[in-house]
Design a protein around this ligand. Structure first.
Ligand code: NI
Length: 384
């Protein structure tokens, strides 16, 4: 990464602070829509940097505008700030001080990285044109998500492009991926209820057993992806919850199933929803039960703008690898509806690392300067 002009501040100069900010945030995680202290911490750091226009589009988000003297385009950079309801078991020195809450997805690193970039760019006022708008976003982890609220608030008005990144624990540290096209899936959830008629387990003939019907339904749902979706179309149907019953000798009245549907293509998504209804209704009816389905649309797929993704890859140079589109969801997709957008991945671990959302999730902090350098290079190229 090359600077446009000699600068008083390098990535190395801000790295110690970025790491200490990240560790502070890691030790003080807050759940989605409750990021009050995190937002206050961000605001304090931004006020220290100075020369920014600050606003709070929602109670726990912060937007900072850095305008350069020469007119030009506006580039938004986004970091998410929320943590997860997980009891931390990572064993790191700066582990969560809050029972049952943990930064188990790396959003602490995202926030610290973006603060470091604000500082670097504030020291490069003369070299650039236009505006950088820094979006410290709340509530990525909890649908309907903070991104949609930020967009709805009008905080992105006048923005020409949006770039964000995510650390990835199973991608080797030092690697960067910015694929053209899809990179995170549509992530919907569902709850189904299969209703029969409860009774004494010793007299099944007097009951209609929803447990037996639900077992068949779970099996049949495995065929949606394997038999109804083309292998070229990525899709997942996972049943992740089954709840029924209170005792060994009682046939329950109802079984509740829950799970998630992940897709990229809207037509495939609609087809899977229809398949869920057909299979649940059909299997329930075959066993004298009834079924109802509550289906909730989640985040839309993130689809990277081709030109922006090429710019990120160009900046990342030899670090670039192909990381396949993941079936995880990301509310960054909401920005793509407002402006051309690119979400890139930064390796923060490697094979054998604990996955995101795991109590022992950690990141390799050597990922932090890689993310900062990539963002900085993108801004310099886009606004230089
Ligand atoms: Ni995340």
């Amino acid at each position: 990464v090359t600077s446009v002009s000699p600068s008083p501040l390098s990535v190395e100069d801000v790295l110690a602070d970025a790491i200490s900010w990240r560790r502070h945030l890691h030790a003080h995680p807050e759940l989605s829509f409750q990021e009050r202290e995190t937002a206050a911490f961000v605001r304090e750091r931004l006020e220290e940097i100075g020369g920014l226009e600050l606003s709070s589009p929602t109670p726990t988000s912060v937007v900072a505008r850095l305008r350069f003297e020469r007119p030009g385009k506006t580039l938004a950079l986004r970091a998410d700030m929320d943590a997860l309801p997980i009891e931390e078991e990572s064993g790191v020195e700066f582990s969560s001080t809050r029972p049952g809450v943990m930064h188990a997805c790396g959003h602490d690193a995202h926030t610290a990285e973006l603060l470091a970039i604000v500082r670097l760019l504030a020291a490069r006022r003369d070299a650039l044109a236009g505006e950088v708008r820094f979006v410290f976003q709340h509530a990525e982890e909890l649908p309907p998500g903070g991104a949609a609220e930020i967009v709805a608030s009008g905080a992105l008005e006048g923005v020409d492009a949006v770039v964000g990144c995510h650390v990835i624990s199973d991608l080797e540290v030092g690697r960067v991926s910015a694929s053209e096209g899809p990179c995170s899936a549509a992530a919907d959830v569902f709850t189904a209820r299969i209703r029969g008629k409860g009774g004494h387990a010793a007299f099944p003939e007097d009951s209609i057993d929803p447990v037996a019907a639900a077992a068949q339904a779970v099996s049949s749902l495995q065929q949606v992806v394997s038999r109804e979706v083309a292998p070229r179309d990525r899709a997942v149907v996972s049943v992740t919850r089954i709840h029924a019953g209170t005792a060994d000798n009682i046939i329950p009245e109802v079984v509740e199933l829950g799970g998630t549907v992940r897709t990229y293509d809207e037509e495939v998504r609609q087809r899977i929803i229809a398949s869920l209804r057909r299979i649940l209704d059909g299997v329930a009816a075959a066993h004298r039960c009834t079924a109802e389905l509550d289906y909730t649309d989640g985040y839309r797929p993130t689809v990277n703008d081709a030109a922006l993704a090429a710019l990120v890859r160009d900046v990342a140079g030899e670090r670039v690898v192909d990381y396949p589109p993941m079936m995880g969801g990301e509310d960054f997709s909401a920005y793509g509806a407002a402006a051309p957008a690119c979400f890139f991945f930064v390796g923060a671990g490697g094979p054998g690392a604990f996955p995101h959302h795991h109590p022992r999730f950690t990141i390799d902090e050597r990922a932090i300067p890689v993310a900062i350098e990539t963002f900085l290079g993108v801004v310099e190229r886009y606004l230089g």
